[in-house]
Design a binder for this molecule. Structure first.
Ligand SMILES: [Zn+2]
Length: 445
């Protein structure tokens, strides 16, 4: 049942598990992240403002409003005593009237060149229906819905909560003790709640195995349509992972694949991968998984110099051949990509397609190898690797920006050819579907 397996990840981090390994992981996971966010959007909305967590959604009465002319801000005092500040310029720029905002496109019509970015206000008041009304010096009138304003509060706590609601960046880090979340394939296709739980767990844990997909081609495409559309690559709309003569990719052999992320030879590698097991080998072919973000966190702790090297040096990747059509790809990526706040956002690690071209000053070559080896050694520790066997009908969905996946070698016989069908998607499309489903299921956000 998908409910019971997802429930493990829905619990607050501290209650989630009592296993020693799990506690170690959770301990590592707990420190840098905000409160667990595997919550409904309703709960998240409650947290987003300074002190109004107890108020139900849709009920944020405005007690009073005043213009702070010195600071050029409107101050809203909420019914619960909390305050929010809104700069005049931002309010004018975001006027919701039909002259300033296109109603059906839900997009701004007002040109920035028509906004006085040093504007004052003529009058501010609360209307009887709990809206904030502003009269501007040119007599233009803006009306702002209280809930709309509340959601856009500029306080650090409110912005943090809204960021989490929109992007779900709070992750559950794991090691070999992970029990891979599962869901029923057919239920995900048909039931919005199941589809929402699937996408939320995919974002938070990085992997969900959908069970019971018919063991035939075409189901990765069907699942892709559940989100919207898939990512086309030089390997086609979908790709067949099997032992192929004159293989154009090391995946299309019976050999071992060390854990890797797919397609760093693209400057924007696919965010999500689907792999559907149609036929499994009689012997070998076990899958291996590693949480690249968690491993990067361990590296940063154990070998900060290596972390600095891998998150700063650009490495060359290449992929050359012919499949959907001819290709000759080159890219430059950091093995560990961090954002402006130092958070790890993508891993690019693929031993097969890391290029022999290495565009580094010669004295940085050895430090690069030392750093990469340090990261790979952490990833290869048995306590960090999840090993499992895909059964025919299993459709594994995982975060290709975060997880590294591999497989052990296998024996291919003429009457038992291992066959997986794969496809790529991107996170923007999956998160878009997640937000739509959340709105349908919870009726808000
Ligand atoms: Zn307007």
């Amino acid at each position: 049942m998908w409910m019971s397996t997802f429930a493990r990840f829905a619990l607050p981090a501290l209650q989630r598990s009592t296993g020693v390994a799990a506690r170690r992981v959770l301990g590592a996971y707990r420190a840098p992240v905000p409160p667990p966010s595997y919550l409904t959007s309703v709960q998240l909305r409650g947290q987003q403002t300074l002190s109004s967590a107890s108020l139900p959604v849709g009920r944020h009465p405005v007690r009073q409003v005043r213009a702070l002319n010195q600071e050029r801000m409107v101050e809203v005092e909420w019914g619960d005593g909390g305050h929010s500040l809104y700069p005049f310029t931002w309010l004018r720029d975001n006027c919701q009237c039909p002259r300033c905002t296109h109603e059906s496109a839900q997009a701004r019509l007002l040109l920035l060149t028509d906004v006085d970015i040093h504007t004052g206000v003529k009058a501010v008041e609360v209307t009887n229906d709990n809206k904030v009304s502003i009269v501007w010096p040119d007599q233009h009138i803006s009306l702002f819905d209280a809930e709309w304003l509340k959601k856009r509060c500029f306080s650090a706590a409110a912005r943090q909560a809204l960021r989490e609601e929109l992007f779900l960046n709070d992750r559950f880090f794991w090691d070999s003790s992970l029990v891979i979340p599962t869901a029923d394939y057919q239920q995900v296709l048909e039931d919005d709640k199941a589809a929402l739980a699937w996408l939320q767990a995919l974002k938070r844990v990085g992997i969900v195995c959908l069970k019971g997909a018919p063991a035939e081609k075409g189901h990765v495409s069907q699942l892709g349509q559940r989100i919207g559309y898939m990512r086309m690559t030089f390997y086609g709309h979908t790709f067949q992972v099997e032992d192929k003569p004159m293989a154009n990719n090391v995946a299309y052999t019976t050999g071992t694949l060390s854990t890797h992320t797919d397609y760093p030879a693209l400057h924007s590698p696919p965010g999500i991968q689907f792999l559907h097991c149609i036929k499994q080998a009689v012997e070998g072919g076990e899958s291996e998984l590693v949480d690249g973000f968690h491993m990067a966190q361990l590296l940063q702790r154990e070998d900060p110099e290596a972390f600095r090297t891998l998150s700063s040096l650009l490495v060359d990747f290449t992929d050359v051949g012919a499949d959907y059509c001819e290709f000759r790809l080159q890219s430059k990526k950091r093995v560990i990509e961090v954002d402006s706040e130092g958070q790890v956002v993508k891993i690019h690690c693929n031993n097969a397609t890391r290029d022999s071209i290495l565009d580094l000053p010669v004295d940085q070559v050895q430090p690069f190898y030392r750093a990469l080896r340090s990261y790979v050694d952490i990833m290869n520790r048995p306590e960090n690797v999840v090993t499992f066997v895909m059964e025919p009908g299993d459709l594994v969905t995982f975060d290709n920006w975060r997880l590294l996946h591999g497989r052990k070698s296998y024996i291919s016989t003429p009457n038992q050819l291992r066959h997986l069908e794969g496809a790529y998607l991107d996170w923007d499309e999956a998160m878009s579907r997640l937000r739509i489903l959340r709105r349908k299921v919870h009726g808000d956000a």
